[in-house]
Design a protein around this ligand. Sequence first.
Ligand code: 5FU
Length: 262
Amino acid sequence: PTNKMTYGERAAKHPNACASRLLSLMERKKTNLSLALDVTTKKEMLDIADKVGPYLCLLKTHIDIVDDFDQDLIEQLLVLAKKHDFMIFEDRKFADIGNTVKHQYGNGIYRIASWSDITNAHGVPGEGIITGLKEVGLPLGRGLLLLAEMSSKGALTYGEYTTQTIEMARRNQDFVMGFITQRCINEHPDEDFIAMTPGVGLDVTGDGLGQQYRTPRQVIVENGCDLIIVGRGIYGKGRDVQAEGRRYQEAGWSAYEERISQ
Ligand code: 5FU
């Protein structure tokens, strides 16, 4: 299945335009690294994105934690996305009824749909959440991820909840391009959801607040995921962000090469 295929082969036949764009970027730039850029000032955000940009396929944001957010931040992030050739994923984790999330996605201060290639949602409200987000995002060529499994200790995303979330995605493949998950979810031969995985680190196993880390190899080779999402492992206190960016890019890519050559 998708496990043995290259990102490029998958890009060529992927029916979801946003997924295809991301997979071909990954192939062309030889990276499956997504940076979780959880910093609270505009300056740090732009500085780190510029330094780590060469190693990324996807910049993951939490735009609502930036103290001095303004429209100029968005414009500058888009300039960096073009300069370094990466896409943007606002990790908004929508979780309300369809009509509300439609506005949370398209309106307000952040206008997420206007700049973020990808966003994500919980399945907890039922399928209307996808329908609402799709009305706003699909005409703009955006893609959605559903949260199938979280990385944190004691997460309730398992069993029947996860199963039903996956079924919701299967019914909405024009807009749902993949999952936040800890393992590859694809089962049917023609199924190609992109598996993006947070909770990745090479040096520590947790953060004291419930986060749990696994290595790129565990995630990509052993569990068949496609992207590693790394935050503090790259820009944590005292770290050389450029060197760490390269280190995670290399670790992620060599794990992928090991997987497809097996
Ligand atoms: F959906 C999830 C999840 O299950 N676990 C996560 O850690 C999202 N995340 C995000 O990934 C979280 O909000 C952070 O932005 C990022 C992990 O950052 P870290 O610094 O690598 O722990």
